[in-house]
Design a protein around this ligand. Structure first.
Ligand code: 4AD
Ligand code: MG
Length: 484
């Protein structure tokens, strides 16, 4: 039976009192033919296994190499060495899997770069950096479920395959079983040469979802409060440090909420999950804070952050998010020295323009120096489902911008008035016949409601301080890249 092992994290929290234990893990280092640093992924801290000289034969000792896996039984005693409080005096050492240290792709001593580690993503979990990131990612996911569960929200599983384009941006991955063998021309065609989707698996064109929101609204207008938490797909060709083709999104949707209720919930939610990580992942956060501080030492003074990672998170917890309208944001940006000195790549042309991430980051990092909630955007740059304001120009939208990241949340109050919604859909060429079920909720007991979407990876980036989104998801999907 394997399951009698104790996890190293649990073990290290105990006092060394001669207890008999079994641990299993992978070798991080082996010194003086005697001291094995063994890691099992439960923490970055290793247990020091002591293989008493003369007790184990040479053929076994030769197999104690970087990343080989072992089962060790023995006794926990106070450590004689510095740097750890306990040793595991080995009674038996059993090889589970050998590892050819010369060929092992991650030589820890050479300080592999993050770029290199992406190429060996199948092993990067075995480094301290990625151990910390993925334990924190897990904690944040758990905290998200706990937050909503404690508030009585229902976790709704919305479909991954859909026939609608919720965001209307047309950046979708097609899902099909039709043959695409052009040469043999097996693709079924209509008389006019277009593809005949009636022959396709679902009898219509379908795609991977870009958002669970529209289905989420169906749930909220019956269950009250729901949230989704699932994978989301966007075929935008953006090769940036903040975009993935496959990312995870959390989308709460609440009946009887207006825009302000929506902002309040989003702020409380973000603070809750940050607090959860600070409380439950202290060691891992301290490790990543250290890593980030070292990374920043390489940067010129003006590119370094004023605060350490944990300080930054605590600052976010202890301060209200700044709330301003889009119109106010444009004024601030237009009047900024940054703009007057023409330092924006995209100049501030005026009201109505879409904000680029450089503008968002100026607002949070230079001007307010804290998270900002921007609201009431021009209707022309936002999705069809957002509630139209009385001014005829803006919609009840809200985006939350985070330092170092930019947009982390996008949300809005929804248009619950049937005529207004239909009119807007018509203007934007959104096919009403495909969304008949969505429109039905506005015909039968329509209610004010609101919701938002939090990009999970951007949130993990914010908490871990990782600059590239590819380093906070296990196996990133980006343009021209789908390895592993
Ligand atoms: O602003 P977005 O497009 O909003 C929606 O999808 C709405 N349906 C949400 C809602 O109201 N229920 O996306 C929401 C968030 C963004 O703020 C961003 O954090 C993240 O999703 N996001 C991405 N993250 C990684 N890679 C991408 N390509 C992303 N696109 C959006
Ligand atoms: Mg958005």
């Amino acid at each position: 039976m394997f399951n009698k092992r104790v996890k190293i994290r649990e073990l290290l929290a105990q006092e060394p009192t001669g207890q008999e234990v079994t641990v299993m893990g992978w070798v991080r280092s082996f010194r003086n033919n005697q001291f094995i640093a063994l890691n099992d992924g439960s923490t970055n801290n290793n247990i020091q296994v002591v293989a008493e000289l003369g007790k184990f034969d040479d053929t076994l000792l030769k197999r104690i190499t970087l990343s080989a896996s072992f089962k060790v039984k023995g006794t926990i005693v106070p450590s004689l060495g510095k740097g750890q409080k306990m040793d595991l005096n080995a009674a038996t050492i059993e090889v589970l899997g050998d590892s050819d240290a010369e060929k092992y792709p991650i030589q820890l001593r050479n300080r592999p770069t993050l770029e290199y580690l992406r190429e060996v993503a199948h092993f990067r979990f075995r480094t301290n950096t990625f151990g910390s990131i993925f334990r924190i990612r897990h904690s944040l996911a758990f905290a998200i479920h706990k937050f909503f569960n404690d508030k009585g929200f229902v976790y709704l599983h919305t479909p991954i395959i859909t026939a609608s384009d919720a965001e209307g941006a047309g950046e979708m991955f097609r899902v099909t079983t039709l043959p695409f063998d052009e040469e043999k021309n097996k693709t079924p065609r209509n008389e006019d040469g277009t593809i005949d989707f009636k022959e396709d698996f679902f009898g219509r064109p379908t795609n991977l979802t870009v958002s669970g929101q529209l289905e989420g609204e169906l749930g909220a207008t019956a269950l009250g409060d729901i949230y989704t938490f699932g994978p989301t797909f966007r075929a935008e060709n953006s090769n940036t440090t903040r975009h993935l083709a496959e990312f995870w999104m959390i989308e709460p949707e609440m009946a009887f909420y207006d825009l302000e209720d929506n902002m309040n919930l989003a702020e409380e939610f973000i603070k809750y999950i940050i607090q959860y990580a600070i409380t439950n992942n202290r060691d891992d956060l301290e490790f990543l804070a250290q890593r980030l501080a070292e990374e920043e030492k390489q940067l010129p003074q003006d590119k370094r952050s004023d605060m350490g990672l944990i300080e930054k998170l605590e600052f976010v917890l202890n301060n209200n998010f700044e709330r301003i309208t889009y119109t106010e944001a444009i004024d601030i940006l237009r009047e900024s020295n940054h703009n007057k000195k023409k330092k924006f790549q995209y100049p501030i042309t005026g009201w109505g323009m879409d904000l680029q991430s450089e503008h968002e980051r100026y607002l949070v990092e230079k001007h307010f120096k804290k998270p900002v909630i921007l609201s009431n955007y021009p209707r022309e740059i936002k999705a069809f489902y957002m509630r139209q304001n009385e001014d005829g120009k803006t919609v009840a939208a809200m985006d939350i911008l985070a330092p170092g990241i930019g947009e982390i949340v996008g949300g809005s109050q929804r248009e619950e008035r049937l005529e207004k919604l239909e009119a807007r859909m018509k203007e934007m060429h959104i096919p009403a016949d495909e969304l008949w079920w969505y429109l039905d909720t506005r015909k039968f007991g329509s209610v004010p409601h609101a919701g938002f979407g939090l990009g999970f990876e951007r949130m993990v980036q914010f908490v871990t301080g990782m600059t590239n989104i590819r380093d906070v998801i296990a196996f990133p999907r980006t343009p021209k890249s789908a390895e592993f």
